[in-house]
Design a protein around this ligand. Structure first.
Ligand code: CTP
Length: 130
């Protein structure tokens, strides 16, 4: 069984999130998703996500294409997470192109194209301007 792993915040869940998860799942037979914790997001972006980690992970776990979710507590632990979940393929959006090539010694690393014209940041900006 080919196991796939991917990571993200998945805040204000949108079509770009669904598409990348569906395409990731098709690369194998089992998809694990690491959901960035609220604290990790704060440390990266100096703001908390709109939706709490418990809600974000519940939404992602409910998808047909997702088999398993866990919380990504630290960016430094990617290697450990890939090994712990026995992933054969790491999928990231192409906004991260090349940034995860260091893991090619333990799994395939595939960058998928992002869905154009939508992101959580853009949605927040649109709502702010209403
Ligand atoms: N993603 C995608 N297409 C989009 C937006 C996101 O394929 N239009 C992918 C990202 O490349 C990533 C995953 O969805 O692999 C989770 O991304 P995340 O950062 O949570 O979503 P964004 O909408 O990019 O959020 P932000 O604007 O806060 O960066």
């Amino acid at each position: 069984m080919v196991k796939v792993i991917t990571f993200g915040t998945f805040d204000i869940f949108h079509i770009g999130h669904l598409k990348i998860l569906e395409r990731s799942a098709k690369l194998g037979q089992h998809l694990t998703v690491g959901i960035s914790t609220d604290a990790l997001n704060y440390s990266k972006k100096q703001r908390y996500p709109i939706c709490q980690q418990s809600s974000r992970s519940e939404i992602v776990a409910a998808l047909k294409c997702v088999d398993n979710v866990f919380f990504e507590e630290s960016l430094e632990l990617k290697r450990e997470y890939i090994e712990e979940h026995k992933a054969d393929i790491l999928v990231m959006g192409n906004d991260w192109m090349g940034k995860f090539d260091e893991f090619k010694d333990i799994c395939d690393v595939i960058y998928l194209e992002r869905t154009p014209s939508i992101s959580t940041t853009e949605l927040i900006e649109i709502v702010k301007e209403l």
